[in-house]
Design a protein around this ligand. Structure first.
Ligand code: UD1
Length: 404
């Protein structure tokens, strides 16, 4: 399935060209439907075509899109802040609600703002909205303090129609950013350095609509890989790109797994109890923070002790308190956690606090004795399509139970 963290940005980038852009390989997840509503509020016509698990959307963008993204939609998915760059680029102004808090920690927007300001955008926060205006959007030299995914995307999309050249140094180079750059290039954007940490964008007069398929979701693929190892199972992940998961898969091989990279994806199988490995989350190509809870779930039943260093979102360790309820031996201190592997966890009622914590608890439930009840699974639905059906197809005993 297409990557959640790509499709939202691709949908927002459609705003850069009037006319009909078609995006394929979209996952049928909640975030896509919210982004659809957001684009409609901005004056676009959005038609979805579903074939079960993946969607296609036809986005028709008007000559003059509106420029206000309201709080009631933005607060539901933080990723919607990615409309900021395309709106400024296209209309010279944007009023986008501040997304607000998130259960994985504080997520400031200072780098987004600093970069846009260098391009001539005046930005202030007013009554909970980011209000941005540019009389003339011009290219600039921008150095990011940290390779932020969101800041890279907003600056990149604003730069496409700016006057002159923008250089983003220390840019994020996640596969989802490469995907966005490829889509923009197919619309007529001029971008050099795609996939590297220096992006050079030469502004063009206008873009044309395009047809583009989203890149495969490496986090979902990595989740299946971790789940296979934790449960000592055998899973073929079709459509996955192993090249986007090099470090994660290498860790699993060190844990004792067999990883077979094939033309149509990869297969992960595990015969014995996994051996512990250390984890350090870093921007791509480092190990993704979005795979950290799944790794902790696996390590909680591995042989030996593991040290986890979380360098992006410190509050992600809230997950550790939940998995500890299942008997996991996890201690945290600041942005480090130590996990001492146990033979088995013990099923318990737990609560998902975000997408990845939720799926981490599901993996823990698969290796726990007895029944685990994961509450607030709506978080999981934001990143995984009909997870219970997929797990059942692999032999797991999982049920979705409706509560009030
Ligand atoms: C995106 C992903 C998220 C993933 C994260 C890191 C989407 C919708 N979400 O989030 O799933 O976990 O990348 O790979 O694509 N920061 C600042 N100031 C800024 C911007 C960021 O200090 O202006 C900090 C953040 O607090 C964080 C780090 O930089 O510590 C990385 O954040 P960033 O890469 O921007 O993550 P997102 O784009 O929010």
């Amino acid at each position: 399935m297409g990557a959640k963290n790509s499709v939202l940005k691709l949908m927002a980038a459609a705003l850069l060209a009037p006319g009909e852009t078609v995006l394929g390989n979209l996952p049928a997840i909640f975030d896509v439907s919210i982004m659809r509503q957001l684009l409609e509020r901005l004056g676009c016509e959005v038609v979805e075509a579903t074939d079960g698990s993946t969607d296609r959307v036809h986005i028709t963008v008007p000559e003059q899109p509106l420029s206000e993204a309201p709080y009631e939609l933005v607060r539901k998915i933080r990723g919607s802040i990615c409309v900021l760059g395309p709106l400024i680029g296209r209309t010279g102004r944007a009023k986008v609600a501040l997304p607000g808090g998130d259960a994985i920690g504080s997520r400031p927007l200072d780098m987004h703002f600093a970069g846009l300001e260098r391009m001539g955008v005046e930005i202030h926060v007013e009554h909970g909205y980011v209000v941005a205006e540019a009389k003339e959007l011009r290219g600039a030299q921008i150095w990011l303090d940290f390779p932020s995914v969101g800041a890279t995307e907003n600056i990149l999309t604003a730069a496409i129609l700016a006057k002159g050249t923008t250089v983003i140094d220390n840019a994020a180079r996640e596969p989802e950013i490469v995907d966005l750059c490829r889509m923009l290039a197919s619309m007529g954007a001029q971008i050099d350095g795609i996939g590297t940490s220096t992006l050079e964008i030469t502004g063009v007069e206008g873009l044309r609509p395009t047809v583009h398929d989203a890149v495969a979701d490496r986090i979902v693929a990595g989740t299946w890989a971790m789940a296979a190892v934790a449960t000592r199972g055998d899973v073929l992940v079709r459509g996955a790109d192993a090249g986007h998961l090099e470090i994660a898969l290498d860790k699993l091989v060190r844990a004792g797994a067999d990883v077979d990279v094939r033309a149509d994806g990869f297969r992960v199988s595990m015969a014995e109890r996994p051996k512990s490995f250390d984890v350090v989350t870093l921007p791509y190509p480092g190990l993704a923070t979005d795979l950290q809870p799944q790794a902790i779930a696996l390590l909680s039943v591995a042989e030996g002790t593991a040290m986890i260093t979380e360098n992006l979102f410190e509050a992600r360790f809230m997950f550790c308190d939940e998995i500890a309820r299942m008997g996991a031996d996890v201690r945290t201190d600041g942005h480090h956690a130590v996990v001492r592997g146990k033979e088995r966890l013990s099923g318990a009622p737990v609560r998902a606090t975000d997408i990845r914590a939720g799926i981490g608890l599901v993996i823990a439930g698969l290796v726990a004795e007895g029944v685990t009840e994961v509450a607030e699974v709506h978080h999981i639905d934001r990143g995984y399509v009909r997870i219970e059906e997929q797990l059942r197809a692999l032999g797991a005993e999982v049920e979705r139970v409706e509560t009030e």
